[in-house]
Design a protein around this ligand. Structure first.
Ligand SMILES: [Zn+2]
Length: 253
C-alpha cells in the first residue's frame, strides 16, 4: 500500500460520512481508524469499514460505559469482538477513567484486565484511554506484559510518557497540539518511530475558536504539520515514518 496520512483514533460514526471521507481523501488521509465504545458503536465501526475503504474498524469498550454493564453483558461484548477479530485492526477505545468521583477503580481494573487479555489472545494493539488513570493504566499494562499499546491523548506526566516509550509502546499527537505544550513536546522530542497522529473527532478541533464538535479526520494534518515544523522535517517524511509505524503495529498479517 502507498504511504498516506493516518488518523489513528476518531469516532467516525459521529462525523459527516461521505463528505468527511471526501475531505479526508482531498487531504491525503487514507487510513481512518474509527473506535468502538460499546456494542452499538462496535457494530457501526464494522459497517463503516465495509462502506468506506479508508475506514478501519476498531472494537472496544469505553471504561465508563463498562461500569454500567453486568459481567454477562461484558462477556457478550468481548465475545463479539473475538467473533469479528478478522474485520478489525485494533481493540479500542478501551482503558480506565478515574475522573471526578468515579470510584470503582477495582471494577475498572477487573474489566480492563479482561480486555487486555483478549487483545493479547487476538494479537491486536490496544488503543488506550487513561484520563486521570495514567499511572494505573501503565502499571496494569506492564503487569499483564502488554506489548502492542497505543496510549491515546495521553495527559500524564512527562516521566510517564518516557516510561511508555521505554516500554516500546506508542503515543499520539492529537490535533489539539496546536494549543497544548505537552503535545508539542511529544511532537518535538519523542521518537518518531513510536508516534501516531489522531483527531479524536468530533472532539479536539485544532482551532480552539471552534467550539462545536466538528473535528474530522481531514484535520489530522494539523498534527503532522506540528511534528514537521517542530523537528524541521519534511511533512512527507513524517507521513512516511508514521505510515511505517502503522504497518508494523496494525497491518493485517
Ligand atoms: Zn476517543
Amino acid at each position: 500500500m502507498k504511504s498516506c496520512y493516518i488518523d489513528i483514533h476518531c469516532h467516525f460514526e459521529r462525523c459527516s460520512g461521505k463528505e468527511a471521507i471526501a475531505r479526508a481523501q482531498q487531504a491525503g488521509v487514507g487510513i481512518i481508524c474509527t473506535q468502538g465504545t460499546d456494542g452499538e458503536t462496535n457494530a457501526q465501526s464494522l459497517v463503516l469499514a465495509h462502506t468506506f475503504p479508508e475506514v478501519k474498524a476498531c472494537m472496544g469498550l469505553y471504561p465508563i460505559i463498562a461500569l454500567e454493564m453486568t459481567d454477562i453483558e461484558i462477556e457478550v461484548l468481548l465475545k463479539d469482538i473475538r467473533t469479528h477479530a478478522r474485520d478489525s485492526i485494533a481493540i479500542g477505545e478501551v482503558g480506565m477513567d478515574f475522573k471526578d468521583d468515579i470510584t470503582q477503580h477495582a471494577r475498572q481494573k477487573e474489566i480492563f484486565t479482561k480486555v487486555v487479555r483478549l487483545a493479547q489472545e487476538l494479537d491486536k494493539p490496544l488503543i488506550v484511554h487513561s484520563r486521570k488513570a495514567e499511572l494505573a493504566c501503565i502499571e496494569l499494562l506492564e503487569e499483564l506484559e502488554a506489548k502492542k499499546v497505543i496510549m491515546h491523548c495521553f495527559c500524564g506526566k512527562w516521566s510517564l510518557a518516557q516510561r511508555i516509550i521505554a516500554n516500546g509502546w506508542y503515543l499520539t499527537v492529537p490535533t489539539s497540539v496546536t494549543r497544548s505544550e505537552q503535545f508539542q513536546r511529544y511532537a518535538k522530542e519523542l521518537p518518531l518511530t513510536q508516534l501516531f497522529c489522531e483527531t479524536d473527532a468530533p472532539y479536539l478541533h485544532p482551532d480552539k475558536t471552534v467550539t462545536t464538535l466538528s473535528n474530522e479526520p481531514a484535520y489530522v494534518i494539523a498534527s503532522y504539520e506540528a511534528i514537521a515544523r517542530l523537528r524541521g522535517m519534511k511533512l512527507t517524511d513524517v507521513r512516511d515514518q508514521l505510515f511505517a509505524n502503522y504497518q508494523t503495529l496494525c497491518a493485517k498479517r
